[in-house]
Design a protein around this ligand. Structure first.
Ligand code: ADP
Ligand code: ZN
Length: 625
């Protein structure tokens, strides 16, 4: 690293000693290199565990500060820290970010030419690197393993460790091979990190990576600055536009869609309506994808419309909203995706529009998926938990955290806390709907989708009703006390509660084992009534002052904008993302209390030695303008 050599040797010599000394080193590195005052949460304990040669399994939400947990031991321990990460496209940015801090980092992956690889390999063998990033498949190459044998390894960090879990939502076969790290290098400490771990996935990671003696660090998964909102889907694109215009004008954000086609259409729609947006999905060629990702990371205020192919490892700190236009497949996925909002700790929105068609579509996808029955059951269980979250009348955060095995109090910053939905006794409505399905099946041996049952209950003489003579059924017209959209809500909630199921390509409704309890009046069904104003965006409070300059004093605002302009120009010149230079939070602090001297500037959070030397004078000049 860029510490003077004598200091580094000094550190090394003292390191044989006790934990306090090591912690001292770690704290020193945190302050000088990263420019932060103090450790967050359990960072210090995790770092001590590794520096002392032990293994660690770290579960921490996105934005929790996982990187420092291995980056600091990488600097404190002798040798090179080998970081295994599936995120090839981001390795360059990660290395750039470390280089700006004065840390020596490199990567080996399939995107490099021979010469670039050779340079990194030479640096590795010469001990001129602090961190080496590798894709998991690289560790299946005998030549890479031999290279590692010839160097000195400080530790192994396994990032995105949930990829090893088959129970989870993001399994990658290449990760299974990582259990050999322990056999091949038994004395090198390992740290596995993930932001998505239910108790099941947690257990599976520990078993598959052979982390028998590891200390487990489970942070709170709460992300208090993110406001969670789930609204009924009506006209999703318009609802989205409304959200962006009223609450997030000029902000950077991510919009997730299920299909490539809807990604394209949504991006186009936003652009037509004056919102700068880019598409991202696996159907675009690699260079377009890379270019769009680069722009999203580098420019301010872009909206990325994407399938879930986008986002893992994106550490852009100022993503102000994550919107889902389709139902995510699991809570793990949803939490990981929404977690990309607000890493800088500033207020952010996680917004999901969800409707009956989502349920039908997802069930269909599961039925049609390859994989055995057990796999389909796992997928079904994931979906059920997601539906339960959508339909809950409890605090969303309480329900989310419970899924990760953590307890919480109602948060006051989610839609159900801010505008508590009324719950109503939907038992009679449920009986009417279920008996319609039952009659169609039993009396006519017919199966239909939700639309037909609702038409029957509402007594509508549609062509399809006449054609099948459904107006002759005893249930015809017995449900006029509810509107069509309320009936759709009933169907949705019955599906979510497992009291009804959908089947086949046309999403036909069928009864479940539990339906009988409702029909037989042995079970009550409570339902969620949507607040009328939740109709569009579910806005719950008055809109926050929008944009990145929110909550700065009128005097500080132009200063902040000047600093941002300086940062944008500098980032462009160096070909790195703006946040690699300084985070918004750092610039805000500078704008709010402009430092007069380099010494003042050094005290600002996020200004380490290297950045101070590199940019300090430019900042002071910009302030003086
Ligand atoms: P994760 O990998 O867990 O998603 P990161 O490692 O990217 O999170 O950290 C999230 C943000 O928090 C980063 O901007 C990082 O610089 C910052 N951060 C991490 N640890 C600290 C700390 N101790 N003090 C201040 N900021 C920190
Ligand atoms: Zn809440």
């Amino acid at each position: 690293m860029a510490l003077p050599t004598d200091q580094r040797t000094g550190e090394t010599d003292q390191r044989t000693g006790d934990t306090d000394q090591r912690t001292g080193d770690a704290l020193d590195v945190l302050r000088r290199v990263f420019g932060y005052d103090s450790f967050r949460g359990e960072q210090r304990e995790i770092i001590d565990q590794l520096v002392g040669g032990g293994d660690a399994l770290v579960l921490m939400p996105t934005g929790g500060g996982k990187s420092l947990c291995y980056q600091i031991p990488a600097l404190v321990r002798d040798g090179v820290a080998v970081v295994v990460s599936p995120l090839i496209a981001l390795m360059q940015d990660q290395v750039d970010a470390l280089t700006t801090l004065g840390v020596r980092a490199g990567f080996l992956n399939s995107t490099q030419d021979f010469e670039a690889r050779r340079l990194v390999e030479t640096a590795f063998l010469a001990g001129d690197l602090d961190l080496l990033y590798l894709a998991p498949e690289a560790l299946r190459s005998e030549s890479v393993l031999r290279l590692l044998d010839r160097g000195s390894i400080a530790l192994f960090a396994i990032d995105e460790a949930h990829c090893v879990a088959q129970w989870g939502h993001d399994f990658r076969p290449d990760y299974l091979a990582l259990s050999m790290l322990h056999e091949r290098w038994p004395s090198v400490p390992r740290i596995a990190l993930t932001a998505t771990a239910t108790p099941d996935t947690h257990t599976e990671i520990a078993a598959r990576l052979n982390l028998k003696d590891a200390r487990h660090f489970v942070a709170s998964f709460d992300r208090p600055n993110i406001q969670y909102r789930i609204v009924p889907k009506r006209e999703p694109k318009k609802q989205l536009l409304d959200l962006l215009r009223t609450e997030h004008p000029g902000d950077a954000g991510i919009v997730y869609c299920l299909s490539r086609a809807s990604v394209e259409k949504t991006a186009e729609f936003l652009v037509q309506n004056g919102v700068p947006a880019l598409p991202y999905h696996a159907g675009l060629d690699a260079s377009t994808r890379a270019a769009n990702q680069q722009r999203f990371l580098r420019e301010d205020g872009l909206v990325m419309v994407a399938t879930i192919a986008f986002g893992m490892g994106i550490d852009k700190p100022d993503v102000r909203f994550v919107a889902h236009l389709d139902l995510p497949k699991s809570i793990e996925g949803y939490y990981q995706e929404t977690g990309r909002a607000g890493r800088d700790g500033l207020p952010s929105t996680a917004w999901l529009a969800y409707g009956l068609s989502d349920v039908v579509q997802q069930r269909k996808l599961i039925e049609g998926s390859d994989g055995d029955l057990a796999r389909r059951r796992v997928l079904g269980a994931h979906l059920d938990a997601m539906l339960a979250l959508c339909e809950t009348v409890r605090c969303r955060r309480v329900q989310l955290l419970a899924y990760f095995g953590q307890q919480a109090e109602p948060c006051g910053n989610c839609d159900t806390c801010l505008t508590p939905p009324e719950s109503w006794d939907g038992t009679v409505a449920a009986q009417k709907l279920l008996s319609t399905v039952l009659r169609l099946h039993r009396e006519r041996d017919q199966r239909f989708g939700a639309g037909q049952s609702i038409d029957i209950l509402l007594g509508r003489q549609t062509d399809k009703v006449s054609q099948h003579r459904h107006d002759q059924l005893s249930v015809f017209g017995i449900g006029t006390e509810l509107t069509e959209s309320e009936w759709r809500g009933v169907v949705r909630q019955l599906l979510a509660q497992g009291l009804l199921a959908v089947e086949g390509d046309y999403g036909t409704l069928v009864l479940t084992d539990a339906s009988g309890d409702v029909l037989g009046k042995r079970r009550e069904v409570m339902m969620r009534r949507e607040a009328p104003r939740a109709a569009s965006t579910g806005r719950t409070a008055k809109p926050r002052a929008a944009g990145a300059a929110a909550a700065l004093s009128p005097a500080a605002e132009p200063v902040f904008e000047r600093l941002r302009a300086w940062r944008a120009a500098t980032a462009k010149e160096q070909g790195v993302p703006a946040y690699v230079i300084f985070h918004d939070a750092t610039l805000r602090q500078i704008a709010a209390e402009p430092p007069a001297t380099m010494a003042d500037l050094a005290r600002v959070n996020g200004v380490g030695e290297n950045k101070l030397a590199k940019y300090g004078q430019q900042i002071l000049d910009t302030l003086a303008e």
